[in-house]
Design a protein around this ligand. Structure first.
Ligand code: MF3
Ligand code: CO
Ligand code: CO
Length: 263
């Protein structure tokens, strides 16, 4: 019912956790190449979290999820289960979603990777999905509503003839992985009553589809795919509402906002 306002101490811990989540995604980048399996990538991420960072992989055994990352290829929307038999190939687009726990607090972030030469339409989907996330993030400030965030995302997706997944959403985050509020990425009128306040922390993680918005869950009870089997792309950051805007807690070194009309 209520959205937690984090204390200064909690915010500092969320900064640390967020930075560590971003560092896993930076660390893994050179390994994300044709020929590697998603199982191997998960093992590399797991080892780094546990043995280098001293973080806990939050997804491992979360509601029974069997791995330390979610790795979602092409038509897989989210919650792809890493698998030693699933090999990345030239032309694939891949989301890796990492959530770490450090000192009791969660950092959650994901990004797309393009494997080798991808088709121009696949590259464009990844780019527009990235812009959708940042357009949503740019709305974040005290007094704005989650409707503003969702409308910015949905408008850009629709302008590009893409659709926005409705069944999965961003979320408050802190000592718990998934807290209130639910951060829907489509312009549901219900979001108009969720007003942002300094000290709130939540994720924005739009899933953008090339075809229709519909999704279904495979028989493993985790893997979410597009119903029409067309491509889907997702990016995610964990955001803090500050006095006059936002702080992206999971921002990676060298990463800057990507908005439409840039290069
Ligand atoms: N990291 C995902 C998110 O962004 C959640 C994954 S839950 C899992 O909310 F169980 F699938 F790992
Ligand atoms: Co999340
Ligand atoms: Co995530």
């Amino acid at each position: 019912m209520t959205i937690k306002i984090k204390t200064a101490e909690q915010i500092e811990k969320m900064r640390v956790a967020g930075k560590l989540a971003g560092e896993v995604l930076s660390m893994i980048e050179p390994y994300v190449k044709a020929g590697v399996s998603t199982g191997e990538l998960n093992d590399i991420a797991h080892d780094y979290m546990v043995n280098v960072q001293g973080t806990i992989p939050a997804t491992l055994n979360y509601r029974g999820f069997p791995a330390s990352s979610c790795i979602s290829i092409n038509q897989v929307v989210c919650h792809g289960i890493p698998d030693p038999n699933k090999i990345l190939k030239d032309g694939d687009i891949v989301n890796i979603d990492i959530t770490v726990i450090k000192d009791g607090y969660h950092g959650d972030s994901s990004r797309m990777f393009e494997i080798g030469q991808v088709k121009p339409y696949a590259h464009r989907l990844c780019q527009v999905a990235l812009e959708c996330m940042w357009l949503g993030i740019e709305q974040v400030k005290p007094g704005a509503t989650l409707y503003d965030v969702a409308l910015a995302i949905e408008t850009h997706a629709h302008k590009n003839n893409y659709s926005v997944v409705e069944e999965y959403c961003g979320h408050g985050i802190g000592a718990d992985f998934h807290e209130e509020p639910q951060v829907l990425h489509y312009a549901s009128p219900d979001l108009k009553s969720i007003v942002l306040k300094e000290g709130m922390i939540f994720t924005i993680e739009p899933m953008i589809n090339m075809g229709k918005a519909g999704v279904k869950v495979l028989g493993d009870n985790w893997t979410v795919v597009t119903k029409d089997r067309k491509l889907s792309a997702q990016w995610e950051h964990t955001l803090l509402v500050t006095a006059n805007g936002y702080e992206a807690l999971t921002l990676r070194d060298q990463e800057t906002p990507v908005l439409p009309g840039q290069a």
